[in-house]
Write a protein that binds this ligand. Structure first.
Ligand SMILES: Nc1ncnc2c1ncn2[C@@H]1O[C@H](COP(=O)(O)OP(=O)(O)OP(=O)(O)O)[C@@H](O)[C@H]1O
Ligand SMILES: [Mg+2]
Length: 259
C-alpha cells in the first residue's frame, strides 16, 4: 500500500460570521485517514461536511486546529489533493480532454506527458472516444466521470469527493460506484467521500464517519469489516446499515427532544 496520502485532522474547529454573530460549523474534529483508505462521511444537511472538505482541499485556511498530509501542514490548494464536487463544474467552452488537462496547468509536466496522462485518465473512467466532446454533449453520469478523471489526473495523494453521485439516477449511480471501487483499487489513492446514501457508504468504504450537527462534530467512526465484493442483500450489510442509521438517528432523537 502506498505510503502517501496520510491525512490527520486534529482538533479542527471552524466558524463563520453570520450577521455579526459567530456561527460555529465544525467543533473539534479529529480524524485520521491512513494511506489508501476509503472513508465516507455521512450526516444531516448543514452539519459541515462540505466545509470540512473545503478545509482539507485548501480553499479556506481560516480555521482552528491542524490538518496534516504526510506529516506536513496543508497550505493552499495543491496537486497533492484532488476534489470532485456534486455539480461537475466542467467549463462549457472546453472539450472534455481540455477540461481534464486544466488540472495539470501548474504541474510543470511537458506537453507530451500531459497528453498521455489525460488520455490515460479518460480511459480510466471509460470515456475514450469522447475526448473532443463539449460538456453539453455529455450525460450527467459522463460529466461526473469526467470530473473524477480531472480530480485524479494530477495523481493526487488524496481524492475528496463531495456527493459526486448525488444527482444521478439509481442505475448510473450503482455503475459509478463500481467504477469508483475499480479506480480506487487501481490507483490506491486515499479517498474521502461525502454522501447522503448510507448504502453507498457501506458498499465502498473501509470506515464510515457519522457527523451530527449544530455544531458539526463526529459522532461515530464505524469500521466496515465486510469482504469485497460486498453483497447489499446480506445480513451483515444490513447489520452495518442498522448501526449507522442508529448513530444518525441518535442525533435526530436528541434534536427532536430539544425542539
Ligand atoms: N460561506 C459561508 N458563510 C456562512 N455560513 C456558511 C458558509 N458556508 C457554509 N455555511 C454554513 O455552514 C453550515 C455547514 O455547511 P456545509 O455546506 O458544510 O454543510 P453540509 O454538511 O455540506 O450540508 P449538505 O449535506 O446540505 O451539503 C451550514 O449551516 C451553512 O449554512
Ligand atoms: Mg455539502
Amino acid at each position: 500500500m502506498s505510503e502517501r496520502g496520510n491525512l490527520e485532522i486534529s482538533n479542527v474547529s471552524k466558524s463563520y460570521q453570520v450577521e455579526g454573530k459567530e456561527l460555529r460549523v465544525l467543533d473539534h474534529i479529529n480524524l485520521k485517514v491512513a494511506p489508501g483508505e476509503f472513508i465516507s462521511i455521512v450526516g444531516p444537511s448543514g452539519c459541515g461536511k462540505s466545509t470540512l472538505l473545503r478545509l482539507v482541499v485548501g480553499l479556506d485556511d481560516n480555521y482552528g486546529g491542524e490538518i496534516l498530509l504526510d506529516n506536513k501542514p496543508i497550505s493552499g490548494t495543491s496537486l497533492q489533493r484532488g476534489i470532485v464536487f456534486q455539480d461537475h463544474r466542467l467549463l462549457p467552452w472546453l472539450t472534455l480532454e481540455d477540461n481534464i488537462d486544466l488540472a495539470l496547468e501548474n504541474s510543470g509536466l511537458p506537453n507530451a506527458q500531459r497528453r498521455r496522462a489525460v488520455a490515460e485518465h479518460v480511459a480510466l473512467v471509460g470515456l475514450t472516444g469522447f475526448e473532443k466532446v463539449y460538456p453539453h454533449q455529455l450525460s450527467g453520469g459522463m460529466s461526473q466521470r469526467a470530473a473524477i478523471a480531472r480530480g485524479l489526473v494530477s495523481r493526487p495523494e488524496i481524492l475528496l469527493l463531495d456527493e459526486p453521485l448525488g444527482a444521478l439516477d439509481a442505475l448510473t449511480r450503482l455503475r459509478l460506484q463500481e467504477e469508483l471501487l475499480r479506480i480506487w483499487r487501481a490507483e490506491r489513492v486515499t479517498m474521502l467521500l461525502v454522501t447522503h446514501d448510507v448504502e453507498e457508504a457501506i458498499y465502498l468504504s473501509d470506515r464510515i464517519v457519522v457527523m451530527h450537527s449544530t455544531p458539526g462534530r463526529i459522532a461515530s467512526d464505524i469500521k466496515v469489516d465486510l469482504p469485497w465484493p460486498r453483497d447489499r442483500a446480506s445480513h451483515e450489510f444490513a447489520d452495518v446499515r442498522r448501526e449507522i442509521l442508529r448513530s444518525m438517528d441518535a442525533y435526530s432523537s436528541v434534536a427532536a427532544r430539544a425542539a
